[in-house]
Design a protein around this ligand. Structure first.
Ligand SMILES: NC(=O)c1ccc[n+]([C@@H]2O[C@H](COP(=O)([O-])OP(=O)(O)OC[C@H]3O[C@@H](n4cnc5c(N)ncnc54)[C@H](O)[C@@H]3O)[C@@H](O)[C@H]2O)c1
Length: 392
């Protein structure tokens, strides 16, 4: 490489992969061997410094079949629950991925942290704010890393939103509209754990709502939520004629459905910022609208996606005034060269190895959960609620 190349390369976007030392392998276990565990295991297998040593699932034989499917041998799976696996000292676990359904996020996370194991916890944080607070307490006590499975954070286009806000291009941000929606997209392809209140606890609100909240809250520095007026409904999930269900499962799924399939909220954030939010698994509309971030100097439009796939739905646009003229600037889409899941796993492993903070810290995701929790509470009470988060 000549001197000029070196100078020019300095302006290139850096998405290169650093060489990873495989000298010290991290010993990893998987808790919950269902749908999303597939993405975790594939990402771990792509890392040279990981040894998958154990897996647990409540369903007998499921963990063993999971590792067999992925061609991984010598993995211990004879555990009836996460507890048995985490109690097995012979494993010498450095880390676990918790890929259980929402209702089983808090208990395994707390237990793993108490056992001194670093945790990558799938989204949403938990079902209730109280559970999330208990997890954060366990995290603080343990001194271990707890990071959260919000992989869209690693998308360069998502990062661009934060860069734009932080650059001051928008001036003072005072209003945000966000959310997203599916027209017919209640997730039941691999069973009912997303719609059964005993396993999911929350529906669209937690499942994809947590992502859209994270997209904008992260961009503006996660201000504290103050008050929330929320609404949730379940008109589609409970309907035995809902066309999004498999025809032979309609009656069964409608009977099991016990979470929300639509949610909306008006949220006041610290710093006098208003957040107008809506999310849907099913509605009679193609989209609930683009994400808009309004500031005193500029506004940003982030096109919605059809379904949450961890990126923006098209080139973003900044709306501004220049010398009395109304102008618009298009932000081209940045192609991603790396898988978001690999980045999610890699950043977790690097934080463990380098003893650096969690890539997606609990202090932030606690506010995300506080909003979700307040929406559920406000819906129940039929009025605005104050968000109260105790000192942890
Ligand atoms: N980040 C993403 O892109 C993404 C995508 C899909 C799902 N998820 C999240 O991942 C989680 C799991 O979703 P899924 O689709 O894989 O669900 P799933 O129902 O397919 O799998 C969950 C598995 O966890 C097991 N399990 C539950 N509690 C357990 C415990 N205490 N110990 C051991 N095993 C336990 C269940 O038996 C089940 O096999 C959900 O919270 C979901 O929101 C994230």
């Amino acid at each position: 490489m000549g001197k000029d190349d070196a100078i020019l390369n300095a302006f290139k976007e850096d998405q290169t992969v650093e060489k990873i030392s495989a000298d010290r392998k991290l010993r990893v276990g998987i808790i919950g061997c269902g749908w999303i565990a597939d993405a975790h295991i594939k990402a771990y297998l792509a890392q040279p410094d990981v040894e998958i040593v154990a897996g647990a699932d409540l369903i007998p034989g499921k963990a063993a079949a999971f590792f067999k499917k992925h061609g991984i041998e010598r993995v211990k799976t004879d555990y009836a629950s996460h507890k048995e696996m985490l109690d097995d000292k012979s494993l010498k676990l450095d880390a676990v991925s918790i890929c259980t359904y929402n209702r089983q996020h808090a208990a395994p996370a707390i237990y793993a942290l108490e056992k001194g194991v670093n945790v990558l916890l799938e989204k949403p944080f938990t079902v209730t704010l109280d559970e999330a607070i208990e997890v954060v307490r366990a995290e603080k006590k343990s001194g271990k890393i707890l990071t959260h499975g919000f992989q869209p954070r690693f998308d360069e286009n998502m990062k661009m939103i934060k860069k734009i806000v932080e650059s001051g291009e928008l001036g003072r941000v005072y209003y945000i509209q966000t959310g997203g929606g599916r027209r017919r997209g209640i997730p039941t392809p691999f069973g009912t754990t997303f719609i059964d209140p005993n396993t999911a606890g929350i529906g669209a609100l937690g499942d994809i709502g947590c992502y859209s909240l994270d997209m904008v809250l992260n961009a503006i520095g996660y201000p504290k939520p103050l008050t929330v007026t929320g609404y949730t409904s379940s008109f589609f999930g409970k309907d035995p004629n809902y066309s999004g269900y498999r025809a032979d499962k309609r009656a069964e799924h409608a009977k099991i459905f016990g979470v929300d399939d639509f949610a909306a909220a008006f949220i006041r954030l610290e710093g006098d910022i208003i957040l107008d939010f809506r999310i849907s698994w099913a509605m009679n509309m193609d989209t609930s609208g683009d994400t808009l971030i309004l500031g005193t100097k500029g506004g940003l439009r982030i096109p919605s996606t059809e379904c949450w796939n961890g990126t923006v739905g098209g080139p973003m646009k900044i709306y501004r005034e220049v010398c009395g003229q109304q102008v618009e600037t298009e932000i081209p889409i940045i192609p991603m060269k790396k898988s978001l899941f690999e980045l999610k796993i890699r950043t977790f492993l690097d934080a463990i190895k380098n003893n650096t903070p969690a890539p997606i810290p609990s202090e932030q995701i606690l506010y995300n959960q506080a909003i979700i929790d307040a929406i559920a509470k406000s819906t129940k009470l039929g009025r605005e609620v104050e968000v109260v988060i105790p000192e942890i």
